[in-house]
Write a protein that binds this ligand. Sequence first.
Ligand code: CP3
Length: 343
Amino acid sequence: MSEIHSPFLSACRREATDVTPVWLMRQAGRYQASYRAIRAKYSMLELCQTPEAVVEVTLLPVHQFGVDAAILFSDITIPFLGMEVDFDIAPGVGPVIEQPLKNAEDVAGLREYVAGERLPFIAESVQLLKKELNVPLIGFAGAPFTLAAYLIEGKPSKDFKKVRQFMFTQPAAWNSLMEFLTKVTVDYLALQVQAGADVVQLFDSWIGALHPNFYRQYMLPHMSLLFSEVKKLGVPSVHFGTGTASLLSVMKEAGGDVIGVDWRTPLGESWKGLRYECGIQGNLDPAVLFASRDMIQSEIDRILDEAAGRSGHIFNLGHGVLPGTPEENVKFVVDYVHERSSR
Ligand code: CP3
């Protein structure tokens, strides 16, 4: 794979490309009729554990839209299966945990495991995909804070009160939980890379709940260790979060060849703040995909103008494609980014 010409891989290494690479977080999902047809046959968790179906779904957006990278179809909660945490992914809601973690004892009860033994369908899916793909494959994992947010809150949350309370009132248990999740996550990413993933992305979707001082105190040591281990895997990494305007520099300090930004901060300003020492990915507002072609076009123009042709820009949304997004607008985004950036 690394032998073939890929603007996405080049941009991850901050090398010049003849076109701005584009892929979209959650590029395979319910907004696609083809996805809904496959999904009708499986629950979300069954789908994630069926390699042939994972391959089919992962390839959908690659074939339909011509994106420059594929992302393994899975979910950040899949490592919970190995830990023997009881949970489900409720349609329209998200992950729901049967018995949320409350204390050190609950943390100690999480099962340590080897991803290759407990989650063999992951390696199998990646290996099958590598035979089919002519673009790079992104492997991914949820970052420890975001995983802990589900394990402690028990369901999707808006304010993450319980996580922050846990962190502040039970710091020793919090550190044990972070050590455990860091270890499991490194092993899980290693499995994907050994099976053939070309790049890995860490989704720290809910990290924006923290003040930078608390990130520094409670997360940075763990995230630095995580990224130093990921570096040893020998593939580029993308470090993504939302609500991170005040966290970008400390996130970069933790690690990642590319920093992913959401839609709330101007991409140009964010990149400048990071002194152009990493690549940047983002930041089209996913809701703009519901708007007129003129609006979509002018937002893409703005983002490309802010990136100003610098090496290391990967076009993406600021978060995942929303259910209900018109499929033809996704195609329009990919085509327009390619056309406008190769002029
Ligand atoms: O990007 C991709 O195309 C790969 C697929 C992917 C999914 N989940 C598929 C999915 C990825 C990268 C994820 C990661 C994920 N899962 C994150 C991090 C990214 C982000 O969006 O912040 C988070 C927070 C989750 C947890 C989760 N899983 C949520 C919030 C939901 C949505 C609930 C809903 O029904 O709207 C899920 C389920 C999920 N994961 C779906 C998909 C396509 C919907 C499943 C369905 O019902 O078909």
